[in-house]
Design a protein around this ligand. Structure first.
Ligand code: COA
Ligand code: AMP
Length: 644
C-alpha cells in the first residue's frame, strides 16, 4: 500500500505510529486503500483509516477462499453439551455466511441497521455476526446468561430492526429456552424490533410465545447468497454492551478497518498464530474475547477457530479442554483464569491432561481477570507450555499488556500482567493527574491516541464516553483499574477503582446489582461488594438494611433477594450471600465504606477507621459475618485485590 499519510485533517503526529499501522493495514484487502492513517474525533478518540473502504467479513472469510484456501478448516464447532462436532472450511463458511446475509437482506436489513444476536454457542451465531458485517449491519451480541431486563435495556439503546435468537441454550443442569426470555424483553422494551428470527435447535423445543417469530431455516431457504459490500473503515461494525459504573451498560462501538488491522496484527504478533494454526478462545461470543478471538481475529489470520459449547468442568469432566485440544489439534488456547482454577480444583494432579507429548498446545493465554500465581504455575507445570497473562478490556478490544509470542518475547514477571503492547502508552497517574514514580500505585491510564481496534465511541452516549474515560485526566484514557509499573515497564494490576467486579471472568456492575436488591420492597438500603473467591475470582455479597416495619421469617427475604437479582440481571449474577445488618458503615459525609465491608467479608474483621460515623455498627456487621460461619474461602487471598 502506498500512502501519503497526511491530508486535510489527517493526523500526522508521530505518536499515532504512521508507518507501523499503515504497514499493518497493508496486510488486509481494502476496497479502497486508505491514504490517511487517522483523524482525531471531537471526543478525543481517533477515526482510523478514514478514507479507506473495507469489509471485515471479506477479510475474515472471502479473502482466504480467493487465495486458494477454500478447503482449509475455518470453523470447528464442538459441543460438549450435545456431543456434536461440525467442521466448516473457509469455502463452506463463505457459503453459509453469504446465505445468512441474503436472509437478513430479504428481511429488509441493510447498512447501518442494528441486529441483536441473543444466541447460544452454535455456528449460526457466528454466521450471523459475519453476515451482519458482510452487509454493513451493526451487530450487538447479548450474552445468553443475561436476563430479559438486561436484554431490554440493550434493545432500547441499540434500537435493532431484528433480534436473532434460537430455541434455546443448553446449560449442564438445564435447558434455557430463549424465546420466552426474548418475548419478555420485548414486552419490557419501549422499542419494538420489526422481526424476531429464531433458529430451531433439535435439543431445545421452541416455547410458544405471543409474538410473531420467523423460522431461521425457512427464511434461509428463501435466501440467495450475497456478497460483501464495501464499508467505510470507520463504519460501526458492532456494539458490545459492558458494565458501567452507573448501572446502565455502555455500548462500546468498534469499526471495520481499525479493528481488522489491530486484530490481524495481534493474532500474528501477540498470539504467534499463522494461517492454518488451530486457535481456541474458550469463552463466549457474548463477551469481547468471543468477538475478538473466537470470531474475527483467528479468521482474519486464516486460522481455524474453535467454537466450544461447554464448560471447563462437568461436561463431562475436567479433561474437557484437553480432549478438545487433542481432537482438533489446538495450538493456541485462550481462556479465563477461572476456567483453569476450576480444572485444577477437580483434577489437581492433572491426570486428565494426559501426556505432554500428545497435547498439541504451544501456549496458553489467560485474561479477563487477575491470574493468580498458583494457577499460572499449575498450568505451566501440567501443560508444559508458556502461560501468558495479558490485560485488556471490552473497551480496548485487544490485549494492551502482553508478551508478544509472535516476536519470541515470552518474558513474564510474577505478579504482573505484562508490558505494554506497541501502540499503547501507559502511565500510572496520581490523584493530581501527574505520573507517579515507578513502584508507586496509581490510576492506570493510557495516553491518547489509543491504537486502532479500540473503541471509537459509546453508542448514543458521547457524554458518557467523556465522563467515564476522558475527562478525569485530559490527554489520557482512564482504564478504571489501579496498579503500578516497575523499572522494566511491567505493570501489575491491583483491581478496579470503581464498582465493577469480575465474577468468573464475567464483568458485572455492583451498582446494577444494588438497584436490583433495592427493588425488593423490604430493603431500605444496601451495598453490594465483590469479595475474593478462590474459584471465581470474586463473588458478590449484598449487605442489606431492612425497612423498620419488616420482620420476616428467617432467611426468607435473603432468598427472595438472591432470586430477584438473578431474575433482573441473569443467572451469572448470583449473590453468594445476603447479610442483613442494622445499618451500613458510612463516613461522616455519608459515603458507604464498601472497602470495609469487603474486608469484613474476606477476613471476618477489619480495622475501624477514625472517619466512620458509628463504629458500633461495624462491630455488629463483623458479628453477623462471623455468625454465617462461612467467610469467603480460606484460599481467597490467592485472588484477592492486592490494593486492599
Ligand atoms: N446462558 C444461560 N445461563 C448461563 C449461561 C448462558 N450462556 N452461562 C452461565 N449461565 C448460568 C449457569 O447455568 C449458572 O446457572 P445456575 O446457577 O442455575 O447453575 C450461572 O449462570 C452461573 O454460571 P457460571 O458463572 O458459569 O458458574 P458455574 O458455577 O456454573 O461454573 C465455571 C463455574 C468456573 C466452570 C464457569 O464460571 C466458567 O466456565 N468460567 C469461565 C468463564 C469464561 O470463560 N469467561 C469468559 C471471559 S474470557
Ligand atoms: P472486560 O471488559 O470484561 O474484559 O473486563 C476488563 C477488566 O477485567 C479490566 O479492567 C480488569 O479489571 C480485569 N482484567 C482483565 N484482564 C486482566 C488481567 N490479565 N489481570 C488482572 N485484571 C484483568
Amino acid at each position: 500500500m502506498t500512502g501519503r499519510f497526511s491530508g486535510a485533517g489527517c493526523d500526522t503526529d508521530d505518536d499515532v505510529g504512521h508507518r507501523f499501522w499503515m504497514d499493518a493495514a497493508a496486510a488486509l484487502e481494502w476496497d479502497r486503500a486508505p491514504e490517511c492513517l487517522s483523524r482525531p474525533l471531537p471526543s478525543g478518540l481517533n477515526a482510523w483509516f478514514p478514507d479507506g473502504l473495507i469489509n471485515i467479513c471479506r477479510n475474515a472469510v472471502d479473502r482466504h477462499v480467493a487465495a486458494g484456501r477454500g478447503g482449509d478448516p475455518a470453523l470447528i464447532y464442538d459441543s460438549a453439551m450435545t456431543g456434536q462436532v461440525a467442521k466448516y472450511s473457509f469455502a463452506q463458511l463463505q457459503a453459509a455466511v453469504a446465505r445468512t446475509a441474503g436472509m437478513l437482506h430479504n428481511l429488509g436489513i441493510g447498512k447501518g441497521d442494528r441486529v441483536i444476536i441473543y444466541m447460544p454457542m452454535i455456528p449460526q451465531a457466528v454466521f450471523a455476526m459475519l453476515a451482519c458485517a458482510r452487509i454493513g449491519a451493526v451487530h450487538s451480541v447479548v450474552f445468553g446468561g443475561f436476563a430479559p431486563r438486561e436484554l431490554a435495556t440493550r434493545i432500547d439503546d441499540a434500537q435493532p430492526r431484528i433480534v436473532l435468537t434460537a430455541s434455546g441454550g443448553i446449560e449442564p443442569s438445564r435447558l434455557v429456552p430463549y424465546l420466552p426470555l426474548v418475548a419478555e424483553a420485548i414486552a419490557l422494551a419501549a422499542h419494538k424490533p420489526a422481526h424476531i428470527l429464531s433458529y430451531q435447535r433439535a435439543e431445545v423445543p421452541a416455547d410458544r410465545v405471543a409474538l410473531p417469530v420467523t423460522d431461521w431455516e425457512e427464511a434461509l431457504g428463501m435466501a440467495e447468497p450475497i456478497d460483501c459490500i464495501p464499508c467505510a473503515s470507520t463504519d460501526p461494525l458492532y456494539i458490545l454492551y459492558t458494565s458501567g459504573t452507573t448501572g446502565k451498560p455502555k455500548g462500546v462501538v468498534r469499526d471495520h478497518g481499525g479493528h481488522a488491522t489491530a486484530l490481524l496484527w495481534a493474532m500474528r504478533n501477540i498470539m504467534g498464530a499463522q494461517p492454518g494454526s488451530v486457535y481456541w478462545a474458550a469463552s463466549d461470543i457474548g463477551w469481547v474475547v468471543g468477538h475478538s478471538f473466537i470470531v474475527y481475529g483467528p479468521l482474519l489470520a486464516g486460522c481455524a477457530t474453535i467454537l466450544y459449547e461447554g464448560k471447563p468442568v462437568g461436561t463431562p469432566d475436567a479433561g474437557a479442554f484437553w480432549r478438545v485440544a487433542r481432537e482438533h489439534g489446538v495450538e493456541i488456547l485462550f481462556t479465563a483464569p477461572t476456567a483453569i482454577r476450576a480444572i485444577k480444583r477437580d483434577d489437581p494432579d492433572g491426570s486428565l491432561v494426559g501426556k505432554g507429548d500428545t497435547l498439541p498446545l504451544k501456549r496458553l493465554f489467560l485474561a479477563g481477570e487477575r491470574a493468580d500465581q498458583p494457577t499460572i504455575d499449575w498450568a505451566r507445570e501440567k501443560l508444559g507450555v508458556p502461560v501468558l497473562d495479558n490485560w485488556w478490556q471490552t473497551e480496548l478490544g485487544w490485549p494492551a499488556l502482553s508478551p508478544l509470542a509472535g516476536r519470541d518475547d515470552l518474558e513474564v514477571r510474577e505478579g504482573c500482567a505484562g508490558r505494554p503492547v506497541p501502540g499503547y502508552r501507559f502511565a500510572i497517574l496520581g490523584p493530581d493527574g501527574a505520573p507517579v514514580p515507578p513502584g508507586a500505585v496509581g490510576d492506570i491510564a493510557i495516553r491518547l491516541p489509543l491504537p486502532p481496534g479500540t473503541l471509537t465511541g459509546l453508542w448514543n452516549n458521547e457524554a458518557g464516553l467523556t465522563q467515564s474515560y476522558l475527562e478525569r485526566f485530559p490527554g489520557y484514557y482512564v482504564t478504571g483499574d489501579s496498579g503500578q509499573i516497575d523499572e522494566d515497564g511491567f505493570l501489575s494490576i491491583h483491581g478496579r477503582i470503581d464498582d465493577i467486579i469480575n465474577v468468573a471472568g464475567h464483568r458485572l456492575s455492583t451498582g446494577s446489582m444494588e438497584a436490583a436488591v433495592l427493588a425488593h420492597g423490604a430493603v431500605a438500603e444496601c451495598a453490594v461488594v465483590g469479595v475474593a473467591d478462590a474459584l471465581k475470582g470474586q463473588l458478590p455479597w449484598a449487605f442489606v438494611v431492612l425497612e423498620k416495619a419488616v420482620s420476616p421469617e428467617p432467611g426468607m427475604v435473603e432468598r427472595e433477594i438472591v432470586r430477584l437479582v438473578r431474575d433482573m440481571i441473569g443467572p451469572v449474577a448470583a449473590l453468594r450471600d445476603v447479610i442483613t445488618v442494622p445499618a451500613l458503615p458510612k463516613t461522616r459525609s455519608g459515603k458507604i465504606l464498601r472497602r470495609l465491608l469487603r474486608e469484613i467479608a474476606e477476613r471476618g474483621r477489619a480495622d475501624i477507621p477514625a472517619t466512620v460515623e458509628s463504629p458500633h455498627v461495624i462491630e455488629q456487621i463483623m458479628q453477623r459475618v462471623k455468625a454465617l460461619q462461612r467467610p469467603a474461602s480460606s484460599s481467597a487471598s490467592d485472588v484477592s485485590d492486592r490494593s486492599s
